[in-house]
Design a protein around this ligand. Structure first.
Ligand SMILES: *Cc1c(COP(=O)(O)O)cnc(C)c1O
Length: 398
């Protein structure tokens, strides 16, 4: 949770700016706000950082994914390819858009593979909702190629990958549009918040309109402008945007700390027989929020998890069984349990989620351990973490 490690006077100052004006709303009221437009400033900051032509801040990463789907024109009855390894929000966004998730295989990139997309696609598939897991980009060359070939829209859930690039381009800019999250666990946080990016003006306008009850925000008096579409309330407050803004101004520092500490630990684990690392299509573009590594088998990975727990080494995630990020834990989805009827209840799920077989994803996530990197670790602290993990792995593998 790198952003939260660096909370300080900068965040307090930005929040106080907003509290001092009393204008917590991101639109209108120029007479109150004394020139403070924190949501707009946050958008400028992220657009500059990612190189996106358009950026629009919203209330959460989940909201940003919902806006991305709506702006890409994905809705009722559309089949959308998704990964079985992601935060649940990805799948929920598809379901609440009235669309139908179709699961495809990931590979050692921890993201959907081009091959997985090809195998899952049918003539009913409309889009791929690609997730860049654990802070680094998917294999974009191959994925863009397969999407072009099969005529699939590409939308990116980059909820946990702000700061990740592929061959110099920010994640979120490879397809129609992309979504980021600023929740408490992400590389920079706003407390709660999210952000949508695109290079397409029309797509941007749709997302902007969708995020605020259909207001087009043309002109400077929200409420008196045209309402081209229906929307909903996904607005970010000025207070949250203020925190997000202070955090964005620290992202280069956060990335530098992450990369330094990750390298120290990777250098130590590199020498441990049996450990292999996540395949990264562009290692230079890694945001280094996680060090992801594999054990030879799922059973050995679980033994290492137990050994780490027994020796009190924290910070290592095992998504396969004890986290909420893999399909094995999603019984509510498999049984399509929801508080109210969804489109999928009427249209029928495109796959039998209860008996879905994704052997490659099972094998990859079963063998995977993910260490969350702290940006504020000293070299010594990072090295000690690496050595503790190395000792646990050596003990298990003998
Ligand atoms: C965190 C996350 C989200 C949701 O973001 P919130 O801000 O918590 O709503 C969506 N997708 C992915 C991949 C995430 O990691």
């Amino acid at each position: 949770m790198p952003g939260t490690e660096l909370f300080g006077d900068e965040e307090r100052k930005e929040v106080n700016d907003v509290l001092n004006t009393g204008c917590l709303f991101r639109y209108n009221h120029p007479e109150l706000r004394q020139g403070m437009w924190k949501a707009k400033e946050l958008e400028v900051e992220v657009a500059h950082f990612t190189g996106a032509r358009y950026a629009h801040a919203v209330s959460s990463g989940s909201a940003a994914v919902a806006c991305a789907l709506a702006a890409a024109g994905i809705g009722h009855g559309d089949e959308v390819i998704v990964p079985p390894f992601t935060f649940m929000a990805t799948i929920e966004a598809v379901l609440y858009a009235g669309a139908l998730p179709v699961f495809a295989e990931i590979d050692e990139t921890l993201c959907l593979s081009a091959e997985g997309i090809r195998q899952a696609a049918t003539d009913k598939t409309k889009a791929v909702l690609l997730v860049h897991m654990c802070g680094a980009a998917a294999d974009m060359t191959a994925i863009q190629q397969v999407c072009r070939e099969l005529n699939l829209l590409l939308v990116e859930d980059a909820g946990q990958a702000l700061g990740a690039f592929y061959q110099g381009t920010s994640v979120g800019l490879f397809g129609v549009c992309g979504a980021f999250s600023f929740d408490f666990f992400k590389i920079t946080t706003a407390g709660e918040g999210g952000l949508f990016i695109t290079n397409d003006e029309e797509v941007y306008k749709k997302a902007d309109t969708y995020s605020d009850h259909g207001h087009s925000h043309v002109g400077d008096n929200r409420g008196m402008e045209p309402h081209p579409y229906l929307g909903f309330n996904y607005r970010i407050s000025e207070l949250h945007a203020a925190v997000g803004l202070a955090q964005m101004r620290k992202i280069d520092r956060i990335l530098a700390g992450n990369r330094k500490n990750k390298q120290i630990i990777k250098d130590i684990l590199q020498d441990v027989p049996g450990i292999t690392f996540r395949h990264m299509p562009d290692p230079q573009g890694d945001s280094a929020t996680f060090l992801n590594f594999f054990l030879p088998t799922t059973a050995q990975a679980q033994q290492v998890v137990a050994e780490l727990a027994a020796t009190g080494v924290g910070g290592v995630n095992y998504w396969y069984t004890n986290m909420y990020h893999f399909i094995n834990q999603w019984d509510h989805l498999k049984e399509l349990r929801s508080a109210a009827p969804l489109a999928i209840h009427h249209l029928g799920a495109p796959q039998d989620y209860q008996n879905l077989e994704l052997p490659k994803s099972q094998e990859v996530v079963g063998r995977l351990l993910s260490l969350g990197i702290r940006t504020t670790w000293t070299d010594e602290e990072a090295a000690a973490t690496g050595q503790a993990i190395a000792a646990a792995v050596r003990k298990v593998l003998g």
